[in-house]
Design a protein around this ligand. Structure first.
Ligand SMILES: O=P(O)(O)OC[C@H]1O[C@@H](O)[C@H](O)[C@@H](O)[C@@H]1O
Length: 293
């Protein structure tokens, strides 16, 4: 299948019309189009702010940024030189191979090693491999983390920061009933750190939402009138639901005006606690997105 390589990105094209674009910067998926159930004109499934920088000057506001090795602001001392959400989303990755290219599926692998730039902010020998897989109605992303140290364990968090293109005020996310979550919109540190119990059958984001569901499950349905996306995950026990709505959205410099009405972030990850990898060990976290309309 056609794999187009441009200076700053890789584009995969499926014969049935689906496409995906991946920037070398952050290995950020910045577009996924698929024809959906109608098999018609491919539709864009991800949101990227029209004010997003795509030139490598800052993490992309949209698409699927990769969060690694820390989610949010660093707390542990070994992460102290890192910015919010870590270095993976703001490092240059290399296209290293084409693991699958057959009649139904195409995938590419991008890699990020222990470069001097990485060492300057996170002095631990770790290698990252990221496989993006496109089929007619599905997009898969797999992150492999390998501890290359010969003496130390690696602790990390990882998350796929999916910006799902959707009418935010009409979106419903399930099944999260009965799950515990931490509400980052609470005012005090104590309230932020107190788990809440999700009682809604369907979660919405009609008010500013920044919730970390612990052990959220392995599959999520994001639906809205005449549309939907399904996400299935492996080895990503948590899920973050984020939409800033207008009050907070207006304060985000690279958010387009009204952008908060055009997406919901549903972010599978391992972000409550840390994954510990022994010397030489590897971990793979995986998600598959499928269009539902
Ligand atoms: O502006 P950033 O660094 O891309 O982060 C966006 C949001 O990412 C979410 O994952 C966090 O839960 C939010 O707290 C955060 O505001």
């Amino acid at each position: 299948m056609p794999i187009e390589q441009l200076a700053d990105r890789v584009i995969l094209k499926h014969p049935k019309g689906a496409t995906v674009e991946i920037l070398h910067y952050g290995a950020t998926v910045i577009s996924w189009k698929s024809p959906g159930t109608s098999g018609g004109e491919p539709l864009e499934r991800l949101f990227v702010s029209s004010k997003a920088a795509l030139d490598g000057s800052k993490p992309v506001r949209g698409g699927i940024p990769i969060v690694f090795p820390v989610f949010g602001a660093p707390v542990l001392p070994q992460f102290s030189k890192l910015k919010q959400h870590g270095y993976a989303r703001c490092s240059i990755w290399n296209l290293t191979s084409v693991p699958v290219d057959d009649a139904s599926t195409v995938s590419v692998k991008l890699s990020l090693g222990f470069t001097p730039e990485v060492k300057a902010v996170f002095d631990f020998p770790v290698s990252l491999e990221y496989v993006v897989t496109l089929s007619d109605r599905r997009l898969g992303t797999d992150l492999r983390v390998t501890n290359q140290s010969d003496k130390d364990e690696l602790q990390f968090q990882a998350l796929f920061h999916n910006y799902i293109r959707a009418p935010a005020n009409d979106v419903k996310i399930s099944p999260l009933t009965g799950k515990n979550y931490f509400d980052k919109t609470e005012a005090t540190a104590e309230a932020k750190a107190t788990a809440k119990l999700e009682q809604r059958r369907e979660v919405d984001v009609r008010k500013p939402t920044d919730s970390v569901y612990v052990d959220g499950g392995q599959a999520y349905e994001i639906t809205w009138p005449n549309g939907g996306i399904q996400i299935k995950t492996e080895c990503l026990k948590d899920v973050v639901i984020w939409n800033p709505q207008e009050t907070i959205g207006k304060t985000i410099g690279d958010m387009e005006d009204g952008g908060w009405e055009k997406y919901v972030c549903v972010e599978p990850g391992h972000v409550q606690g840390y994954i510990t990898l022994p010397v030489g060990g590897s971990w793979v976290g995986r998600q598959t997105l499928r269009d539902e309309w």
